[in-house]
Design a protein around this ligand. Structure first.
Ligand SMILES: Nc1nc2c(ncn2[C@@H]2O[C@H](COP(=O)(O)OP(=O)(O)O)[C@@H](O)[C@H]2O)c(=O)[nH]1
Ligand SMILES: [Mg+2]
Length: 181
């Protein structure tokens, strides 16, 4: 997996976006929610153990006829997230569904992103770790519904793969509409 320092980001984004049209997706979420595990699952088509993310992971993933350039920004420095929101097509927000105590913090971040993202995007919220017995549905709709974006909620597991491609498929379909309109 490519690991880039944030100082390289402007150059890397423009280089990566040259040539073939790729849709730009950013994966955010609290630390330990499973962002990197999901990105690795998309790349390897299977679960692989992760290391804590320092800097940035970037992957190009093909789904059907579309290429997605996906940025995993890391959860520690949340102020960095909004630097990646320019020319965004979609945002993936990963939630650890076993960690109900973090619900208020998650709602706060979702509210913040709906303020920070100025363009209409597709927002895919993955309720991750559905394979674990203490995984629970989280009611996160309130603030997000006010934003201008299409919102998808998808239970998933980066461990078993459940729901991962389903979420991407739903996002892909909504992006079809975006490009047709
Ligand atoms: N059981 C289970 N563990 C997961 C899942 N997704 C991630 N993890 C684990 O949760 C920890 C944090 O995952 P990671 O992807 O590094 O989180 P990040 O900080 O959001 O990038 C790692 O130990 C992963 O193996 C999942 O769907 N199920
Ligand atoms: Mg990570």
């Amino acid at each position: 997996m490519g690991c880039l320092s944030s100082s390289q980001k402007e150059e890397d984004v423009s280089v990566a976006l040259q040539g073939q049209k790729k849709l730009k997706i950013v994966i955010i979420g609290l630390e330990g929610s499973g962002k990197t595990a999901i990105l690795q699952y998309l790349r390897n088509r299977k679960f692989t153990e992760t290391q804590p993310t320092t800097g940035l992971n970037v992957e190009t993933i093909q789904y059907k006829s579309r290429f997605y350039l996906i940025f995993d920004v890391g959860g520690k420095v949340r102020t960095l997230w909004s630097h990646y929101y320019e020319n965004l097509d979609g945002l993936v927000f990963v939630v650890d569904s076993t960690n109900q105590e973090k619900q208020q913090e998650i709602l706060k971040e979702l509210k913040k992103l709906s303020d920070d993202v100025k363009t209409k995007i597709v927002l895919l919220i993955y309720l991750n770790k559905s394979d674990l017995p203490n995984s629970q549905f989280m009611e996160l709709g309130v603030d997000i519904q006010q934003s201008n974006s299409d919102v998808i909620m998808q239970r998933c597991s980066a461990k078993s793969g459940e729901g991962i491609w389903e979420g991407i498929d739903k996002m892909n379909r909504l992006l079809d509409h975006k490009f047709q309109s």
